[in-house]
Design a protein around this ligand. Structure first.
Ligand code: PMP
Length: 432
């Protein structure tokens, strides 16, 4: 077997850089539940869940058994031409678990990005309008549509030529720092002002197809919206015939303690996007939407030859079963509360913790230079991550300064305590 050094050298030679944000030189050999094991045999507690793509833990037996059974039966036939049971059953299941007392249909892709592109297509087709509104600081993915909807990092667009046109970005109603990272408005009305102003001054509502939201901005720093904002926005959208779509690729499927994150915000989206954990990390994404919207495009408008792969669909059905049978929605909430209780204490104890926020096991710890200015302290955040890595826990910082705490929902209480102890130990070191 190749050594660590040999493999890393080859990686540098052959693996293109744009495909990896390098945090740690962790070369994983295998993983189980919430544990990663590197090729030298060192164990790490995974507090990142492969970017929230392994909510059910690493290689859960129920899912790997389903994969093996389906792989032996049939590896693939394209949904573009034929039918197979796993895809049909999964479409039904996703329509059932997605909030909204109306008829729905689902379509499949291979990544969160392609599904976000699909939302643009369906919204434009159904409404006959061309503009899409998303948020500053959003991350929707890497394909041209998804990156055009994103507004997080210049590297996503640099050197790429024209993006998909008619995409507007409005400020996110950040419950911690307010709009534009400055003054904190006092009312929902003030938060809605940029959207309303846009419709009144340069983009009439009749030209807006859809608003696409991450209810909790994930990669942007686990930002929470001010309470009541999305409900108000949703009502405003519907007044104007604008669709309301939710990108739940990161926050969905138990991450926040519910199937769909909209359940925390009292809205029912017209279109919902799932990915990442949908098939426990196997390549699968889905758009679930109102039947009439999903009927607004005709083949071959949204076909991917290897989408709805039967092995991935079987993995997904087993994943969703596991979430139900092992009560992982409730477990996410319960464990999230245990974690937040400890973290709230840290927020009181440490001058460099500005905010602890989250739902379920999707928690952000915002590291600041001081609590009053709320200035992001990316250096300290990075130091904490690096120190934790040395101690055997994997956590990263996003949105410059926010520790992303998203362990697999199957993390045991003992592992959770161990992880929290390690973080606390590290915080103490930082406070010296
Ligand atoms: N939407 C959100 C909210 C995401 O967090 C991500 C991935 N970070 C994506 C879309 C893109 O998903 P993928 O990487 O599978 O294309």
């Amino acid at each position: 077997m190749a050594t660590y050094e040999e493999l890393m050298e080859k990686d540098e030679q052959y693996f293109a850089e744009a495909g990896r944000i390098s945090y740690y030189s962790l070369l994983i050999d295998h993983a189980d539940q919430a544990t990663l094991v590197d090729i030298k045999g060192k164990e790490y507690i995974d507090l990142l869940s492969s970017a929230s793509a392994t909510n059910t833990g690493h290689s859960p037996k129920k899912v790997t058994d389903a994969i093996k059974n389906q792989a032996d039966k049939m590896l693939h036939y394209t949904p573009a031409y034929m039918y197979h049971e796993p895809a049909i059953k999964l479409a039904e299941k996703l329509c059932e678990i997605t909030p909204g007392d109306f008829e729905k249909k689902a379509t499949f892709g291979l990544s969160g990005s392609d599904a976000c592109d699909g939302v643009m297509k369906y919204a434009r087709a159904y409404t006959g309008r061309s503009n899409i509104v998303t948020f500053q600081n959003a991350y929707h993915g890497s394909t041209y549509g998804a990156l055009s909807m994103s507004a997080l990092n210049n590297n996503m667009r640099a050197k790429m030529g024209p993006n998909v046109p008619n995409v507007e970005h409005i400020p996110f109603p950040d419950n911690y720092r307010g709009m534009y990272g400055k003054a904190q408005p006092n009312s929902i009305e003030e938060y809605l002002a940029p959207f309303k102003q846009m419709m009144e001054t340069y983009l009439p509502s009749e030209e807006i197809a859809c608003v696409v939201v991450e209810t909790i901005q994930g990669d942007g720093g686990l930002l929470e919206p001010v309470p009541g904002y999305f409900k108000a926005l949703y009502e405003l959208c519907h007044e104007h015939g604008i669709l309301f779509a939710v990108d739940d690729v990161q926050q969905g499927l138990g991450r926040t303690g519910t199937w769909c994150s909209t359940e925390h915000f009292n809205v029912e989206a017209d279109l919902v996007v799932y990915g990442k954990s949908l098939a426990s990390g196997m390549p699968l994404s889905a758009i679930v939407g109102r039947k009439e919207i999903m009927d607004s495009l005709e083949a071959p408008a949204h076909i991917f030859t290897t989408a709805a792969n039967p092995v991935c669909c079987a993995a997904s059905l087993a994943t969703l079963d596991m979430i139900e049978e092992d009560n992982l929605l409730q477990e996410s909430t319960r464990k999230g509360e245990i974690a937040q209780e400890r973290m709230q204490k840290w927020e009181n104890d440490y001058a460099f913790i500005g905010d602890v926020r989250g739902f379920g096991l999707s928690i952000g710890i915002d590291i600041v230079t001081d609590k009053k200015s709320k200035t992001k302290d990316s250096q300290t955040a990075l130091k904490i991550c690096n120190r934790l890595f040395e101690k055997g826990a994997v956590l990263i910082a996003i949105g410059e300064s926010v520790l992303r705490f998203q362990p697999p929902l199957v993390i045991t209480d003992q592992e959770l305590k161990q992880a929290l102890d390690l973080i606390e130990e590290t915080m103490n070191e930082m406070a010296q």
